[in-house]
Design a protein around this ligand. Structure first.
Ligand code: AGP
Length: 579
């Protein structure tokens, strides 16, 4: 959601900023803009609604070796050229790009208008430029320090002004990373635009103001200059490129066997909070919530430790009694709802654990302890390898807590995933791609997998898909079953096999085409199914992984057959940083 990039150095800034913005496209955007500072120190700007590719050349032509840029995902004001960032003060001497939301902007705007400022856009951001205008006398850092206390809400800000040769960056509840080159300094909302230029990065903290010059970055918190660690990032540039794959999503699906193994190996012990806990609560959103649901089934079954599950967006508004360990699962580490839920848990004095993919992300600063996934950058909006990496972390935790009961299984599981990547799903795709509605059903951990399969299908194919606990279909959704509404059923061997077979038969009796995912060689089950996808033999954890990958591929192939914009589905943002 929104992205910002800044550069100051010896090279032309605009092309570097535009390239950086392209790396942030995956976060979702509807308009973009760049401002660069000419050698005569005046600021030029190019901004417009639409894709960067439609105006890349024009935006890259701006002159100057200092620049800031923005991809906008509209919140205040419709997507159009005027509302695109950067925003200016009245005299166009100060340019601002902003991620986040200024909650008190309406009140600030009223005051500014009454003092004679004239506004060009409907955005909340523009108030920042006008507030700066009132106090700026040639020292932009001083001006920023003066106005930031007036803002409430969230921001990652980059600001330039005529008469000051520094970029000023500031952060409050919205991510901002600095990149250190040789004689060049970079800033961005996340690491991906910086990977091309440097592996040395610094993660700003809430309340930080950074003063960026080509040779250094000084960071202040209040009146005090502070030291923030420069981290060496081992994500490679190739990780954030599509390689020979048609879409990032497909590339990321194919990366899963090694992502799973790398992550399993990296989780060598269970954090203290988890090792000690008598119960846990997971807070998460979307795909990460589904990972939490798998964890609940696995941990309760293997270790008899009760796990509660809460959506981040719900938990923060209500106060269910909570005393146990609270685990926040978030790939990006920046999902506003999950962060708010964790903050609330902390306010209740609960111990907290974060599971995330992104070093230095906000969640790592909120939680008492953090476990990292080893997924590398995930560019496709639809989460795939990060889900597998979340499962790897959680499965390894269950394994450690159970005394190593699953070691053999999880260390060979990457091979099971590899085999699934080779499956031919064309008949299943044909069953799905003509449908308007699809149900995904399963039981136990496969219910969580069904929910995740439905989420993948709906977000990238735009076919309405619902995940259901198989036993619940009779309690309502049965009314919707018809020959035009296929069901994808997960029916693996185990305690729920028999009842799943009955459920499938009941659905078939309503004329519903059923795609069944089951064990390879189960001829009886295959005979009931309209389409049968047989999987290699494996333990429960391997089955969870394999069925997940089948549903990811089914969604991908279905969406591709419909010609969808798979990596950037409509209306969606990769990281949902507003509530
Ligand atoms: C999944 O495909 C979605 N893009 C979305 O549900 C995502 O999982 C959710 O927004 C949570 O993101 P997080 O893991 O970064 O917190």
């Amino acid at each position: 959601m929104c992205g910002i990039v800044g550069y100051t150095g010896y090279r032309p800034a605009a092309p570097i900023v535009v390239e950086g913005l392209k790396k942030l496209e995956y976060r979702g955007y509807d308009s973009f803009g760049v401002a660069a500072k000419n050698n005569d120190m005046s600021i030029d700007c190019y901004k417009r609604q639409g894709r960067i590719s439609e105006a890349e050349k024009a935006a890259s032509m701006l002159k100057g070796t200092m620049g800031i840029g923005h991809t906008r995902w509209a919140t205040h004001g419709v997507p159009n050229d005027v509302n695109a960032h950067p925003h200016y003060d009245c005299r166009k001497r100060i340019a601002v790009v902003h991620n986040g939301i200024i909650e008190n902007y309406a009140e600030l705007k009223r005051g500014l208008v009454s003092r004679g400022h004239s506004f060009s856009s409907d955005t909340d951001t523009e108030v920042i430029a006008h507030l700066l205008e009132e106090v700026y006398t040639g020292d932009l850092f001083k001006a920023m320090k003066a106005i930031l206390p007036k803002l409430s809400g969230s921001y990652a800000l980059l600001v330039m002004a005529e008469g000051d040769d520094r970029i000023i960056a500031a952060r409050e509840s919205s991510p901002l990373v600095l990149g250190f080159g040789d004689g060049e300094m970079f800033a961005a909302s996340d690491m991906t635009p910086l990977l091309d230029h440097t592996e040395r990065m610094m993660f700003l903290e809430d309340g930080d103001i950074a003063v960026l010059s080509p040779d250094n970055a000084r960071v202040f918190s209040g009146d005090t200059e502070v030291t923030r660690k420069v981290e060496l990032i081992d994500w490679s540039v190739g990780d954030a490129k599509r390689g020979g794959f048609k879409h990032f999503m497909l590339k990321e699906i194919y990366e899963q066997p090694h992502v799973f193994s790398d992550t399993i190996r990296s989780v060598e012990t269970v954090p203290d909070g988890l090792a000690r806990c008598k119960g846990a609560m997971v807070v998460a959103c979307g795909t990460s919530y589904h990972a939490g649901m798998v964890f609940k089934y696995l941990l309760e079954e293997a270790c008899h430790i009760p796990v509660r599950l809460e959506l981040g967006s719900e938990f923060k508004y209500f106060t269910p009694p909570v005393t146990e360990l609270v685990i926040g699962i978030t790939q990006s580490g920046e999902t506003a709802d999950t962060l708010a839920a964790l903050k609330k848990a902390k306010a209740h004095n609960c111990p907290t654990l974060a599971i995330t993919n992104v070093l230095g992300s906000t969640v790592t600063r909120i939680a008492d302890e953090t476990l990292y996934m080893r997924a590398g950058p995930e560019i496709s909006v639809a989460a795939t390898k990060s889900f597998i990496a979340e499962l790897a972390v959680l499965m390894q935790c269950v394994n450690h807590l159970s005394g190593g009961k699953f070691s053999e299984e999880i260390f060979r599981a990457n091979r099971a995933v590899e085999e699934v990547l080779l499956l031919d799903l064309s008949t299943a795709v044909q069953t799905c791609n003509g449908a308007d509605h699809i149900f995904f059903v399963g039981r136990g951990p496969f219910y969580a997998v069904a929910l995740e399969g439905a989420l993948k299908m709906k977000e990238i194919s735009y076919i309405h898909a619902e995940g259901y606990a198989a036993g619940e279909i009779k309690h309502g959704p049965f009314a919707l079953l018809s020959p035009k509404t296929p069901v994808v059923a997960i029916c693996m061997p185990g305690s729920t096999y028999g009842v799943m077979v009955s459920n499938i038969k009941e659905m078939k009796a309503r004329g519903t085409p059923v795609v069944v995912i089951g064990a390879g060689g189960d001829d009886e089950l295959a005979a009931i199914a309209d389409v049968y996808i047989g999987l290699p033999k494996g333990g429960l954890m391997e089955e969870v992984l394999m069925t997940t990958v089948v549903l990811q591929l089914l969604a991908y192939r279905t969406a591709d057959s419909l010609g969808r914009d798979i990596d950037k589905p409509r209306n969606l943002a990769k990281s949902v940083t507003v509530e």
